[in-house]
Ligand binder design. Structure first.
Ligand SMILES: CC(C)(COP(=O)(O)OP(=O)(O)OC[C@H]1O[C@@H](n2cnc3c(N)ncnc32)[C@H](O)[C@@H]1OP(=O)(O)O)[C@@H](O)C(=O)NCCC(=O)NCCS
Length: 173
């Protein structure tokens, strides 16, 4: 990782297919956590239902990002302004994915911190209860950000969210 370069770039509309394809892998990972609920079930075509991505190229407050390692696609992030806690947010990490071959090498941390830096303000990262690997990941990525403030982690069990939500503020550079 020390000589490798992690890059975060806005996904252009003509890069949407790449993001949608990775979303299939992401849903497959989550299938383990969502067992027997519709998003985790394959259709007759062997694909999961398409994730609603259109607004990411239509609405200014929705941000589609591609993650690359040494120029190769390794993941994606979707940022929006949906608050799972009901409290005010500027940004929310809606979805975040690193391909399996590149996990536990630090790429996710570098990418997440770069995204936080680009969009200062009040953030929220909601972690579904059964995603036990993601919680230590987000704690690590958030706590180690050089401009983070007011980190707060609370457990929610509401109709809108079941699991921990980490709220934090990224100060402008
Ligand atoms: C969660 C995810 C993004 C982590 O990406 P990554 O590039 O592997 O993360 P990093 O290598 O930067 O991990 C940094 C630290 O986070 C923690 N961490 C990361 N993944 C972890 C896991 N599965 N279990 C426990 N701790 C984990 C560790 O402390 C790790 O440091 P270490 O490897 O030195 O022990 C990746 O596993 C993924 O895409 N998972 C599927 C999708 C997902 O769950 N997304 C998050 C939605 S909330």
């Amino acid at each position: 990782m020390s000589t490798s370069k992690v890059d975060v770039a806005l996904a252009r509309a003509d890069e949407r297919t790449g993001l949608a394809n990775m979303m299939q892998l992401y849903i497959h990972d989550f299938g383990e956590l969502w067992s027997r609920e519709p998003p985790g079930e394959l259709g007759d075509d062997g694909r999961y239902a398409d994730y609603p991505l259109d607004d990411y190229w239509r609405q200014k407050d929705r941000i589609p990002l591609l993650l690359r390692l040494d120029g190769r696609l390794i993941g994606f992030a979707l940022v929006n302004t949906h608050s799972h806690s009901g409290l005010t947010v500027d940004r929310s990490m809606a979805e975040f994915f690193v391909a399996r071959a590149h996990r536990r090498g630090g790429a996710g941390t570098i990418a997440a911190r770069e995204i936080f830096s680009r969009y200062p303000g009040q953030w929220e990262a909601a972690v579904t209860r059964r995603n036990t690997g993601a919680l230590p990941f987000w704690r690590h990525a958030i706590q180690g950000h050089p401009r983070v403030d007011d980190i707060e982690e609370r457990d929610y069990n509401t109709p809108d969210w079941n699991g921990p939500i980490i709220r934090f503020r990224i100060k402008p550079a």
